[in-house]
Design a protein around this ligand. Sequence first.
Ligand SMILES: NC(=O)c1ccc[n+]([C@@H]2O[C@H](COP(=O)([O-])OP(=O)(O)OC[C@H]3O[C@@H](n4cnc5c(N)ncnc54)[C@H](OP(=O)(O)O)[C@@H]3O)[C@@H](O)[C@H]2O)c1
Length: 337
Amino acid sequence: MPTKAKRWVLALRPEGKPKVENFRLEEIELPEIGEHEILIRTEHHSVDPGMRGRLSGDSYTSALPLGQTIDSAMVGVVEQSRNEKFKPGDRVTGGFGWVTHAISNGRGVQILPPEMYHGKLRPTAAIGVLGIPGLTSYFGLLDLGRPKEGDTVLISSAAGPVGATAGQIAKMKGCKVVGIAGSKEKCDYVKGLGFDACFSYRGADLKAAIREHCPEGVDIYFDNVGAEMLDAAILNMKEHGRIVVSGQVSEYNRADNELVGIRNVTRFITHRLRMEGLVVFDYFKQFREAQAEMAQWIHDGKLTYTEDVSDGIEGSAAAFIGLFEGENLGRRLIKVS
Ligand SMILES: NC(=O)c1ccc[n+]([C@@H]2O[C@H](COP(=O)([O-])OP(=O)(O)OC[C@H]3O[C@@H](n4cnc5c(N)ncnc54)[C@H](OP(=O)(O)O)[C@@H]3O)[C@@H](O)[C@H]2O)c1
């Protein structure tokens, strides 16, 4: 029997901050599954700030065509299977976007092993702390930041899933960790995770605030925000400091001619700084190993994660837009069923 499903598609390319009108919720009928196919019912899907780029044009992947389903990760349950690798009831993860149901031939779909996902490790962690955000923290900090014991690590958007995970890993490596976030509530949250300090950027003199919290300078700046915050961090870097460019969320809604960028480039010479960006998918072959290590940290109580869950696929577009208003504390997910 065909399955009635819903999906959000790109209706209109956004200019500036996205609006609900840029998206359209459609009702569709999925056909019967064919040979080797499975039908998955979404339980949760994510909303991701980094997806903003594809809505307007080419990013590190090509622009999302108008009328196409909006990208995201999902966790769901196999409802029907004609594929020998899957059976009904399997809990799986894949990249099917903002949808209630998906049909797949199984490529790119992973079964969540129950022996790993139990107790503190909920299935939704597969699209959060053990998914793209957590892996970005892991590889960004460890491979590009290369933390040493005693280093001072500064992290922007510290209460988001990437920032919060990076900070906790940096603490495990013996670093002093300072967060920057958008409110006192968020700062209290990251201090509760073990960050040594945190300050709100709202109304702050950024250069002075970083100096106050990192008086000896910053060894690693894990940058999720870019623009003025990045410039202020550059002015506080120690010699041979490393800047990990994870994200530039404050620039995502700006047109090319409105980008703030960075000004203090001379510091790269005087302080022998290194700045490097990452695309987490480049580490794909190492994902499994990193996930196993992070899963163990979670089971051992060394790493924690927070999810910010809202109910109903009808709210996906508004929940995505809210990321640019600082609404989320932790990984923002939509509970679909
Ligand atoms: N390189 C990669 O492969 C890769 C992969 C995944 C994610 N990322 C990037 O990593 C970064 C963090 O991702 P995430 O999933 O953890 O999301 P996130 O940090 O939770 O992103 C949303 C948060 O960004 C902050 N924000 C939004 N607009 C801002 C602005 N104009 N200025 C300052 N802060 C602003 C808000 O927090 P406040 O309340 O603190 O302002 C908001 O709650 C993103 O930039 C994302 O694109 C990169």
